[in-house]
Design a protein around this ligand. Structure first.
Ligand SMILES: Cc1cc2nc3c(=O)[nH]c(=O)nc-3n(C[C@H](O)[C@H](O)[C@H](O)COP(=O)(O)OP(=O)(O)OC[C@H]3O[C@@H](n4cnc5c(N)ncnc54)[C@H](O)[C@@H]3O)c2cc1C
Length: 291
């Protein structure tokens, strides 16, 4: 299929972008990042923007920078560069792992972290890593900048707390420090998208888990934390036995009707995977502690 007719612009700076948006205020605007979700949607008629603004020349949306306690990643950085970045691998290993498992090499060379998080497909890998790692999402609109904490960003199926005229500019991820983590994905054999993906970040002291963040994608309509597992892990010894016990709480707060069901997997199978993955991803994080 062919997309509807649209006007195409390239913005060279954020200020040019906002000028273009106000000039085209009446029409539906989409931003072209990696195009790996947007272009297929336009070709199938699921998206029909009047105006497409290409973000590729905006330097303000690029860069990977390490600070004392955080790492800042520009929204237009692609998965391949993020997964290979020594800064990200050291400070945000769970995110590096998750973006390294997105699609295939072509997708990883074009798809961007900003586009992925803004699109918020329920089966996208990076949102789980963002929730588990903790991050501040920096956004900008015509009226200025604001920040959104990770737990407030993903709000529903393909929905985020971004306003229509706002753009995600950078993702500031908390450095893991002495913590450990893991990302575990069960890919669909047909699409490669996750049936379930689980991210875990643990901080321990003298063999006891002091802080645990566990998040899952592919389970319900948007990335969500497994609070029952986290609560059970905190205060427990950092052992496989604790992971097994905690995983029994994986479905707490997730009602049956919330669990996704599609051609890839029934809701019942997904519920099973949520528990199994909570256990295995936590074990993998604990194994990283021992290394
Ligand atoms: C074959 C294939 C396999 C894939 N497999 C996976 C997978 O395994 N895991 C996975 O997570 N994803 C997968 N994807 C999706 C891929 O990760 C996309 O890149 C991602 O969903 C969107 O990022 P993008 O940069 O391509 O954004 P685009 O497609 O360009 O844009 C997507 C949406 O986000 C908006 N947008 C883009 N950038 C911004 C911004 N900075 N601020 C605000 N809004 C913005 C656009 O307006 C648009 O609505 C796959 C895609 C393909 C084609």
């Amino acid at each position: 299929m062919y997309p509807n007719r649209f006007d195409y612009y390239q913005a060279n700076t954020l200020s040019e972008l906002f000028d273009l948006m106000s000039e085209n205020g009446d029409g539906m605007v989409e931003y072209l990042a990696g195009g790996h979700s947007l272009i297929p949607m336009m070709k199938t008629g699921l998206a029909a923007p009047d105006v497409l603004i290409d973000l590729k020349n905006i330097d303000e949306l690029r860069g990977i920078e390490q600070n004392d306690t955080t790492t800042c990643i520009g929204a237009m950085e692609c998965y391949a560069d993020i997964s290979k970045s020594p800064i990200v691998k050291t400070n945000c290993p769970v995110l590096a792992e998750a973006v390294g498992l997105v699609g295939d090499i072509q997708v990883r060379n074009r798809g961007t972290l900003g586009g992925n998080l803004a699109h918020n497909d329920p089966a996208s890998d990076p949102p789980a890593a963002i929730l588990a790692s903790q991050a501040t999402l920096h956004v900008q609109g015509p009226n200025g900048k604001r920040i959104i904490q990770q737990d407030d960003f993903f709000t529903g199926l393909y929905e985020t707390s971004l306003e229509e005229d706002e753009i995600l500019t950078k993702i500031e991820v908390k450095n893991i420090g002495e913590g450990v983590g893991a990302y575990l994905k069960k890919p669909s054999p047909s699409s490669g998208y996750a049936m379930i993906g689980t991210a875990v970040v643990l901080h321990t002291k003298n063999g006891t888990i002091e802080d645990a963040r566990v998040a899952v994608i592919g389970a319900v309509d948007h990335a969500t934390r497994l609070n029952g597992v986290e609560d059970a892990l905190i205060g427990s010894p950092a052992t496989h036995e604790s992971a097994i016990t905690a995983a029994e709480h994986a479905l707490e707060g997730i009602e049956d009707y919330m669990v996704m069901e599609d051609l890839q997997a029934s809701a019942e199978y997904r519920e099973h995977l949520i528990k199994v993955h909570a256990k295995r991803a936590t074990m993998a994080a604990i194994d990283n502690l021992k290394n």
